[in-house]
Design a protein around this ligand. Structure first.
Ligand code: HEC
Length: 129
């Protein structure tokens, strides 16, 4: 009984310790997730606008510009040096630059502009997320 309790206690301490270490590591560099969450927010707002059929060009341009500037943080913040990763990050920036330049004025134009953007998010997530 006593041995079983000690083993259980050991396991619990181990789990708590591991969770603490994981949290500490995540807290040490919150930037990768912050960059992703920021892009997730702005892309989400654009998708909501399309769903609601309310694509105010000024708001659309704001979200596209925020996406573009945030995407520029991916490579320096993640520090992943693999070609597939940096290629996807560069491609995302290219697609976003095109979307900003297209300055979509309708929901249809917006949907067309963010389609390649969403595909690039997916492409990188499939391999690295
Ligand atoms: C070059 C690779 C790459 C691209 C491009 C990319 N992501 Fe990510 N994303 C990642 C990785 C890696 C993670 C996992 C991060 C982690 O868990 O620390 C992630 C995680 C996320 C998360 C979850 C964040 C969390 O708290 O775990 C969201 C939301 C997200 N990405 C949104 C996006 C959106 C939206 C786009 C496109 C506009 C995008 N990402 C493009 C690599 C990428």
């Amino acid at each position: 009984m006593r041995v079983a309790l000690m083993i259980l206690l050991g396991l619990v301490i181990g789990v708590i310790g591991t969770a603490n270490v994981m949290n500490a590591l995540a807290a040490r560099n919150p930037m990768p997730k912050a960059v992703m969450e920021t892009m997730g927010y702005h892309l989400g707002e654009l998708k909501n606008a399309i769903k609601a059929k309310q694509c105010d060009p000024v708001k659309v341009q704001h979200h596209l510009a925020r996406l573009q500037s945030t995407a520029g943080d991916i490579t320096p913040v993640f520090g992943i040096d693999e070609k597939a990763f940096t290629d996807d990050a560069t491609q995302l920036q290219d697609h976003l630059q095109q979307a900003v330049q297209a300055a979509p004025a309708t929901c249809e134009a917006l949907a067309a502009a963010i389609k390649p953007v969403g595909e690039t998010c997916k492409s990188c997530h499939q391999q690295y997320r």
